[in-house]
Design a protein around this ligand. Structure first.
Ligand code: ADP
Ligand code: MG
Length: 407
C-alpha cells in the first residue's frame, strides 16, 4: 500500500505544490472506480492490462464498467458500507463520472489516494464555478451571467448577452439541460422550462471550430498531453473527432495545450483533465467546459496513440511515470449512438458490423449496453491510417455504411 509521503516540493509550473506519492506498482493491487459507464469500462481494461484488479462502485446491476470489473459493488455512491469496503480493499480510487457526490470523494480521500482531487471535481460539477476558475487562471471563456432567480431573467446584464444559450449549472451533458434563447422575452420561459434551477446564460459565439485537449498531471506537477483533437457535434452530442485536427494552426493547438496545462496547475490537479475550446473566426480560443476525467473526444488514443487517455488516468492514479503519448496513426472517431439501431424499423437491430470491419484500419468498440436508445452512446469506431486523408476516406465509407452524414 501507499507509504508515507515525502516532503512536498514546488511543482514545475509554480502554481501548486502537490506532494509526491510512492508508486502503486503494477501487479495485484486493487484500484477503485466510482461510476459504471463506458469511461470506467475502458479504465478497467487499461488497469487490468497492467495487472491491477479493479472494483467499480455503481448503483446499476448491468453497467459497462461493472461487467468488466473484477468486483462490482452494486450500491449508491454514498453507501457507507460500500465506501468502507472500497477503503479496505483498494490502494487508490478514481472516478469516471464528475457528478459523484463531492462528499464521497472527500470521505475516501481521508484514507486513500484519490485522483482527481475532490475540490477540482466540485469545480467541474458546476458551470459557474468552472467559469470563475477559467477567469482566475487567465483562460478566456464565453461572456456569461448567472441566472438563478426570476429577477435574474430580466436583468440588463443577462439580456445584453442575447442571443445566447441558457445552461443548467449542474448535471448538463450531451446538450441536455440547455436551451437557446433568442430574445429578452424568451428568457423567463426558458429558465422555467429548465426547472427554474441555477443556470448560466452564455452569449452564443460564432464558432469556426471546436477542439479539445487532454492533459494528464502527475503528483509531482509534471504534465503530458495528447495531440489536440477537432470535434464535430450534432444535436449537442459529440459525433466526430479528427486527429490531427484538420482546421487548426499549430500555434492554436499549442495555445490550447498551454491553457489546459495552466488550468490543471491552477486546480492542483492530479489525473486526466479534458478542456473543450471554441475556436472563433479570428483563431482565438474560448474555453467551453472541462471534464475531470478521460473524455469521449480522447477515445481515438486507444487505437492511434502509444499511450491512451486511460493509460494516463492509470499512471496518474498509481503515481507511475508519465510519458508524452505519441500519435502513431491519423485517426477519425465516429460515435455510435443508439439511433443507429433503429435505422430499419421500430425494433432495435444492430448495424452491420461485419461490413465495417471489412474496411482497413477500423477499430470497433461496443460498451456492452443491453438496450439501444436514441441518443445513447452505445460505442464508437476509430479509423486509423497512415495519413489523415486516408483515415478520412475510410471514415466517410464507415459513415455511409451506417447511414451517418458526411463530415
Ligand atoms: P455539454 O455539457 O452538453 O457538452 P456544452 O456546453 O459543451 O454542453 O455545449 C454543447 C455544444 O453546444 C457545444 O459543443 C457547442 O457545439 C454548442 N455550444 C455550447 N455553448 C455555446 C456557445 N456559447 N456558443 C456557441 N455554441 C455553443
Ligand atoms: Mg461539451
Amino acid at each position: 500500500m501507499n507509504t508515507a509521503d515525502p516532503a512536498p516540493r514546488p511543482s514545475p509550473d509554480g502554481l501548486a505544490a502537490p506532494s509526491l506519492r510512492s508508486p502503486l506498482p503494477p501487479g495485484s493491487l486493487m484500484l477503485g472506480v466510482l461510476g459504471g459507464g463506458q469511461l470506467g469500462r475502458m479504465f478497467v481494461h487499461a488497469a487490468q492490462r497492467h495487472g491491477y484488479r479493479v472494483a467499480v462502485l455503481e448503483p446499476d446491476a448491468a453497467s459497462p464498467a461493472g461487467a468488466a470489473a473484477d468486483l462490482h459493488l452494486d450500491a449508491p455512491y454514498t453507501d457507507p458500507a460500500a465506501l468502507a469496503q472500497l477503503r479496505t480493499i483498494c490502494a487508490a480510487v478514481t472516478t469516471e463520472f464528475e457528478n459523484v457526490p463531492a462528499a464521497t470523494l472527500s470521505a475516501l480521500a481521508d484514507s486513500l489516494p484519490v485522483s482527481p482531487p475532490p475540490a477540482a471535481v466540485q469545480v467541474c460539477q458546476h458551470r459557474a464555478l468552472e467559469k470563475r476558475c477559467f477567469l482566475q487562471a487567465g483562460v478566456p471563456c464565453a461572456p456569461h451571467a448567472l441566472v438563478e432567480s426570476a429577477a435574474d431573467t430580466t436583468a440588463p446584464a443577462a439580456l445584453a448577452l442575447l442571443p445566447g444559450i441558457l445552461k443548467t449549472s449542474r448535471l448538463g451533458y450531451d446538450g441536455k439541460g440547455q436551451a437557446p434563447v433568442e430574445r429578452a422575452e424568451d428568457l423567463p420561459a426558458a429558465w422555467s422550462a429548465l426547472g427554474s434551477v441555477p443556470c448560466v446564460l452564455e452569449q452564443r459565439l460564432p464558432l469556426r471550430h471546436e477542439i479539445s485537449v487532454i492533459v494528464a498531471r502527475g503528483h509531482d506537477g509534471q504534465v503530458v498531453h495528447l495531440p489536440v483533437q477537432q470535434n464535430l457535434h450534432r444535436g449537442g452530442i459529440l459525433a466526430v473527432t479528427q486527429v490531427p485536427a484538420p482546421g487548426i494552426a499549430e500555434s492554436t493547438a499549442a495555445q490550447a495545450v498551454a491553457l489546459a496545462t495552466r488550468l490543471a496547475g491552477a486546480l492542483g490537479y492530479v489525473g486526466v483533465l479534458c478542456v473543450e475550446f471554441f475556436v472563433l473566426a479570428d483563431g482565438s480560443l474560448v474555453a467551453n467546459e472541462m471534464a475531470p476525467r478521460p473524455h469521449n473526444s480522447g477515445h481515438y488514443s486507444l487505437d492511434a496513440c502509444d499511450v491512451s487517455q486511460f493509460d494516463l488516468q492509470l499512471r496518474t492514479l498509481a503515481a507511475l511515470p508519465l510519458v508524452r503519448p505519441r500519435l502513431h496513426s491519423a485517426a477519425v472517431m465516429l460515435n455510435l449512438l443508439g439511433d443507429l439501431w433503429f435505422a430499419v424499423g421500430p425494433q432495435p437491430r444492430p448495424p452491420d458490423w461485419a461490413g465495417l470491419l471489412a474496411l482497413p484500419g477500423v477499430h470497433l468498440h461496443l460498451y456492452g449496453k443491453a438496450e439501444a436508445r436514441r441518443g445513447r452512446k452505445m460505442g464508437h469506431v476509430t479509423v486509423t491510417a497512415a495519413d489523415p486523408a486516408a483515415a478520412r476516406a475510410t471514415a466517410l465509407q464507415v459513415a455511409a455504411l451506417l447511414g451517418l452524414p458526411a463530415f
